[in-house]
Structures are given as C-alpha cells and as structure tokens.
Design a protein around this ligand. Sequence first.
Ligand SMILES: *Cc1c(COP(=O)(O)O)cnc(C)c1O
Length: 498
Amino acid sequence: MFYQSTRNNKIMVSPSEAVIRGIADDGGLYMFSSNKDIGVDLEKIIKLNYFDMAKTILLKLLPDYTEEEMEKMVHDAYTDKFETDDITPTVKVGNKYVLELFRGPTSAFKDVALSMLPQLLTFAVRKNGTEDDIVILTATSGDTGKAALEGFKDVEGTKIIVFYPENGVSDVQKAQMITQEGKNVAVCAVKGNFDDAQTGVKIIFGNQDNEKLSETFGARLSSANSINIGRLAPQVVYYFKSYSDLALSGEITLGDKVNFCVPTGNFGDVLAGYIALLMGLPVGKLIVASNANNVLTDFFENGEYNKNRPFLKTISPSMDILISSNLERLLYLATDCNSEEVAGYMKDLSETGKYKVSEEVFSKIKSVFEAEFCDDSETVKTIGKYYNDYGYLVDTHTAVALASYDKYVEETGDNTPAVVLSTASPYKFCGAVARGIGLSEGETEFETMEKLFERTGVPVPAGLSGLNEKKVLHTKSIEKAEMEDYVLSKVSEKVWKN
Ligand SMILES: *Cc1c(COP(=O)(O)O)cnc(C)c1O
C-alpha cells in the first residue's frame, strides 16, 4: 500500500515516508490509494485490548512498519501515561455513551495521537536511513503545544520547540507549557497572536533546507501538525475500542450499527471515524458537531464550503476554525481518489474562499455524514443539563457535541445507539464549566478549578492539579522576527539545558 497526494495521485510515497513528510510538496495531504486492503475481522478485533487493537489497526494503515516495531511503538506510546489502563474508556450517560478521550497526560484528546506520532516518526526516520536529530517545530493556540511536548518529551533522537502567543493562551494552558520538564524540550513565548506564531513557523519551514541542516548540525526540522497521517491513524483505534466496550458489555450485539457524534475543528477526529467505517466497523451516521463557527454545518447541509464569514471566538476554542484541512481527505475518498477534482476544489477555496462539490460527491458524503451546531449559550446550558440530570461534568467541546446530538435526534427520530466523543477534561475550561453548573468563577482559573472540585467532587487530573505551584522552567519571550534565529541557535546546540 502507498499514499498519494490528494491533489496529484501521481505523487506516491510509502506510509512511513508520508509520516516523515507530513504534507505533500504540492500542498496536498497524503491519503491511502485504495481501501481494499484495510479491512479487519470485527469479531476478532473487538476481543483485543487497546494495545493489541492499536497494533492491528496501525499495521493495516501503515503496513511498512514491522509487527515488532509496531508492538514496541504502541507499548512505549501508551504504557503508564494514561489514567486508565484501557486508555479511552466509554461510559454510559443517560441514553447515550460518552467516549472519554481526555485521560492522557495533558487532559485533551490530542494526547492519543501525539503519544504515538513521536514513535512513528523516529522509527520512520531510522527506516529511511538517517541518524539526524529530528527537531519538531510547533506553534500552538493552547492544547496542541502541551500535548506535543508530553508526546516528544525525552524521546531519543527528537527535540521539540513550541511557540505560543504571549497573551493568547489561558492561564492553565500557559502554566502547563512553561513548567514542562524534559531534556529535549524548549518553550518560547512570541509577542503577538497565534497567527503571528504560526506564520513565523511556516516562514522557517520555507527558508530552511533540511539537507543543509543535516550537513551542518546533524538535525532536521519536522512538524507535529494535525494533517500528518501519523496523527490521524492512531485516532481510528478508539472507535473500535468504544464499539468493543459496548459489544462486550452487552449494550449492543456484534454487528449492530452505532452512531458517533464528534466535536469538530480540523476534521481529523471525525475523519478517523470514517476510516474506521472503511475498515469494517458498523458505523451508522457520523455527526459533525460545530460551535458558532459553523462552516461545516452549512457544507453538510448544501454541499458548499464557504469560509467567507467572520471568525468568532467561542468558549470551545479548539473548534474555532474556518478551514477544516482534513475535509480534503474525505473529498479524495468520496471522489474515488480523483485528485484532479480535489485539486480543483482546493484551487477554488484558495482563490475565492469557497467551493461547491458535485451532486455525486455530495450524495456519497451524505449517506454517512450529518452535521449540527450550537452556540455558546446553548453550550453553557448543556453543561448544566448534563450535570443536573446525570451528575456528569463535561467540558465545552463535549457539550457542543452532546447538544448537537440531541438536536439531531429531535430532527430525525434516529434511535441508533450513539457514542459522543469527549475531547477534553472539564478542568481545562473551568470558567465556562463553572458558569454551566451555576457556580461563580474565582479570581483566577486555578481558584475556579478548586471551587469546581469542591462543588462536584470530580477529581482534578494529575497533570492539572498543583500546576500553579510547579517550578517555571521556560521564561523566554521574543519578537516574531526573532523566531528563526532562535530556532537556529537551538538547532546548533547539541545538548539543551533549560
Ligand atoms: C483539537 C480539538 C478538537 C477538534 O478536533 P479535530 O480533529 O481538529 O476536528 C475538539 N476538541 C478539543 C478539546 C480539541 O483539542
């Protein structure tokens, strides 16, 4: 099996090369060329534990890794890092199920993929014959940076530099990053907003040549971006795991269809659900849940993707996004790998900010996907409703998905068993969660966290409690124009000291 660029299917690379490259030279995303070899035996796979399930699924999607390699990578990625042995538990809440993806080290679902990516990347690099250090550059608006730091921390042969906007992240998110331990990590504030930091990183990737860096410093730059297939593939696993939990506990019978509702930003998480379906998981509908930035809701309503609209800041910030990059992969699959057609849509998007898919593609997509959205006031109300009715505390992103699913059922009457994906701990978004359950906020986010705990008794995740008393290890703050020099000086240092 090989991977092709969604914009030119003559560009072909092996799975591990796709992990190394991240994005194709023509700006397309790497996607598998055919789904005829990725099917799994459902009856067998649901009996496996998370680790063996992950190994089986990842070997199907990334078959140029060996079985021994995959076993070691999965072991190193997930052992002793998550709160629960089953990594992603599914719990029953009212008449739905909630798939808790936030039990990892940083309490956000990105941990599941970012624990695995460093493993996939280092093995891929060695496979393709280089001994260079891989230096990961990431700009973050909050969650990704911390999850990437934890994922790459002390992974042999890698280093990571995270840039965050000085005044653009929450107190908790900032505290999580500036107290980061590890001998291969650097965290640096940029005087500007997230776009400044992100643009700065893109400029560095554009200017620097990996062959030269390799010769001069024995190092190469790479990215932990969410369009890397090495981040997408590990997310397929928990769809199977959740289905397995329901089937083994007798909540469903093997073969029954299950709907999944996914709080969506860049479209990676929900696309992983579609890949699970292609691999043979009995998925009914995939419901794409958005906040007030509802560009996807409109797309699934009428087949036109139109980003020409105001960007809204909401209380579910990880879904504040107007270009959902991974949607391009769905278009590729829905056009039967017609890269010319996809390239046309993407050209329209970059030139006019919009595109409309053909009737054929739209009806194919609509046979699986539905979409709903909810605004901030509905989100806060939903947090209160689920806490009052079921004693279950959810974060703002999960609340968007719960409310969206309730709307979907109201409109369709669909009574298929439903799993709602929960993407963050409520303690990551304390202010809005407190308001949701009718609690007044404290002076600081940390005070609110304490109050939330006193009121609800829901344990504060280990990575978040006592964070404000941890030693600050990263204090550097620079102008955006200084980012490239900073990266070069770090790359030239063989051993980092914080
Ligand atoms: C990143 C993120 C999302 C969106 O996931 P996508 O894969 O980008 O669609 C949703 N919720 C939380 C908490 C996130 O961090």
